[in-house]
Design a protein around this ligand. Structure first.
Ligand code: ISE
Length: 335
């Protein structure tokens, strides 16, 4: 049987997921789409058969034929949609961040704990990227010894108009937070943020770029250059340095062209291109798991931990002071 999915949010990610489920994911179909901008919801379902468009997320979750929910609205709208889905015991794939704040994440965690099972998967899609998977395998296998550093660069060609300085941390660096926790199998324990003079290419008032330092429970250091108006393209790089070697991903040198006295290649322009395969694999694996009432990827604990680090990072960026990260005790459900 086919998994009926309600997609909440018909913006860039939501519309892309509707297309993805229609084209590249077997065993599932979109049955309802919601967006507060009703026209945008209608646009997303145009040309699709039997898909209802809603301006209200609750109505879409409750629509006939909904077996699972994909939440792709802006972060602050996630909690409400998640709690409605959990009230109906529906499996969820929730775009990052789970919630922008730890308090909201804890409310979602409590709702899951009451159900006694994990139903929400968080859309940290880098975990499904082939290069990240290779790096994870190498580190887990001890291939470069105990990891000492992760040096990360995260660059976007340009930031959208609604982007704020806090979002550099809570929307962008949140990916490195999850990737570092996952790659190292450790929690983040403290955050420091350094703010250079903003780039002249950044919109007025946006603190871009920034340099973020994460300390981990196993004594590793993670540094992140976040630069969301770099102008030249979309780049996500990570170099792990261990006691006996180093490994680097994200150079995108699939093809190097030599011609007319020059050499070079192409740089992806946005995350939908750079991580297209990762998004496909993430959604396919989620659909397969959701059909059995399970998840197959980062969970609410991961979303909560990321939210706590984000909050500490925002505090650190505003104060310029190293800020410790404190998590609640990890519930048995997430061990
Ligand atoms: C966006 O929301 C993402 O998730 C992208 O992966 C990230 O590169 C970008 O900076 C965020 O705004």
């Amino acid at each position: 049987s086919t998994l009926g999915i309600a997609v909440i949010g018909a913006g860039r990610m939501g519309a892309d997921h509707v297309r993805r489920i229609g084209r590249t994911v077997g065993g599932a179909r979109v049955v309802a789409v919601a967006d507060p901008d009703g026209d945008r919801a209608k646009e997303a379902v145009a040309g699709l058969d039997g898909v209802s468009a809603h301006s209200d997320a609750v109505a879409a979750v409750a629509a006939p034929g909904v077996d699972a929910v994909l939440v792709a609205s802006p972060g602050p709208a996630h909690e409400e949609a998640l709690l409605h889905a959990l009230a109906r015991e529906l499996p969820v794939l929730c775009e990052k961040p789970l919630t922008p704040d730890p308090a909201g994440a804890l409310r979602v965690l409590e709702a899951e704990r009451r159900l006694g099972r994990r139903l929400v998967q968080v859309g940290f899609m880098r975990r499904f990227d082939a290069e990240y998977e290779r790096l994870k395998e190498l580190l887990d296998g001890g291939g470069i010894g105990r990891p000492l550093f992760l040096h990360c660069r995260h660059r976007n060609a340009a930031s959208p108009s609604f982007f704020t300085s806090d979002m550099l941390i809570s929307d962008s660096v949140v990916h490195e937070v999850d990737a570092a926790r996952w790659l190292l199998g450790q929690e983040i324990t403290a955050v420091t943020v350094l703010s250079p003079t903003p780039s002249a290419a950044a919109p007025e008032g946006l603190g871009d770029p920034r340099f973020v330092l994460l300390e981990t429970s196993g004594g590793a250091i993670v540094d992140v250059e976040i630069f969301v108006n770099c102008g030249f393209g979309y780049q996500v790089q990570c170099e792990a340095v261990g006691e006996s070697g180093s490994a680097r991903i994200g150079d995108a040198q699939a093809m190097v062209v030599q011609s007319a006295g020059r050499w070079g290649g192409e740089i992806a322009q946005d995350f939908l291109t750079r991580f297209a395969d990762a998004y496909d694999r993430q959604v396919r694996r989620w659909v397969a798991a959701a059909a059995r009432g399970r998840i197959d990827g980062p969970d609410v604990w991961d979303g909560y931990a990321a939210a706590v680090v984000s909050e500490a990072g925002i505090t650190a960026a505003r104060s310029g002071v190293r800020t410790p990260v404190e998590l609640v005790e990890r519930p048995a459900l997430y061990r």
